[in-house]
Design a protein around this ligand. Structure first.
Ligand SMILES: Cc1cc2nc3c(=O)[nH]c(=O)nc-3n(C[C@H](O)[C@H](O)[C@H](O)COP(=O)(O)O)c2cc1C
Length: 259
């Protein structure tokens, strides 16, 4: 009779254990894939709500604290469209096409961006008036790409909020981009200067008092701070959403006049 602790038995137990565990892990991954995707979508929605300040405005809490029914309600105020950034025109959907980025002007550290981007609108319930537009933005920090949303008020120059839903910056340093009191500084910052050039920035050190274009620097995180400045300015420029914002400004003005 074979001994219980023979080499064969040891290998058999190890093999069976490996097969059972890998089946369990891959089964769970497949079974939970839908839920993971739904959670990613939910997280994006919460970040959009955070950038717009709607959660604080309506319920007095950050979007992460909202209940599902409240997220659904606020999400009902948000619509989306696709835009070809070069022409600034709406298109029917996303494409896989990309456009090269010239990093010499605004160094966002990315070789390319999608040709079309999804933009979001906050429509006031009842009137349907567009009160904000939310633009997806991204660019490199120190350790990787920061992905976020920039919410603009209907003058398309005043920032309502900036949130990042994904980044690799160090907690306590560059990761302070998630700090609610730093994020709150963006509310009211002007995106462009008097000549229409992108001017919003993260200052190195405390932002000068009364400066309409800057927020405090992230201490010990100059590279992340510079990355955030660069990405905001790139997306606000004519290489980013500039042509679209120009057209949208005309659209919003004529709809106000027609009202
Ligand atoms: C472990 C570690 C993590 C760091 N994480 C960040 C970061 O997330 N963002 C950042 O800009 N700098 C980070 N730094 C600091 C940068 O390496 C660099 O020194 C700093 O951005 C330069 O800032 P200063 O010009 O204010 O000295 C980190 C440094 C260390 C040692």
């Amino acid at each position: 009779m074979q001994q219980r602790n023979s080499l064969f038995n040891t290998l058999l137990v190890a093999t069976v254990l490996c097969v059972v565990c890998s089946l369990a892990v891959s089964g769970a991954a497949v079974a939970l894939r839908d839920r993971q995707e739904q959670n990613v979508i939910l997280d994006r929605k919460k970040n959009i709500l955070d950038a717009t300040g709607l959660a604080i405005g309506e319920y007095g809490v950050q979007a992460s604290m909202l209940e599902m029914s409240q997220i659904t309600e606020l999400n009902g105020w948000i619509s989306e469209k696709f835009v070809d950034l070069e022409t600034g025109d709406y298109v029917s959907g996303e494409t896989d096409d990309t456009v090269g980025i010239d990093n010499r002007k605004y160094n966002i550290g990315e070789p390319s961006r999608p040709k079309t981007m999804r933009v979001f609108f906050v429509e006031e319930p009842g009137s349907g008036r567009i009160s904000q537009v939310v633009l997806p933005v991204f660019g490199k920090g120190l350790w990787g790409t920061l992905y976020g949303y920039l919410a603009l008020r209907s003058d398309l120059n005043t920032i309502q909020g900036l949130t990042f839903y994904s980044h690799k910056e160090t907690p306590g340093l560059g990761g302070e981009v998630d700090n609610p009191s730093w994020k709150a500084q963006w509310e009211g910052v002007k995106l462009y200067d008097e000549s229409g050039e992108p001017a919003a920035m993260v200052f190195k050190g405390p932002a000068p008092s009364g400066d309409q274009h800057s927020v405090d620097g992230l201490s010990g995180a100059t590279i992340t701070s510079r990355g955030v400045t660069n990405l905001i300015r790139y997306w606000a420029s004519q290489d980013g959403y500039g042509p679209y914002l120009g057209k949208l400004s005309g659209e919003l003005t004529s709809s106000k006049e027609g009202a």
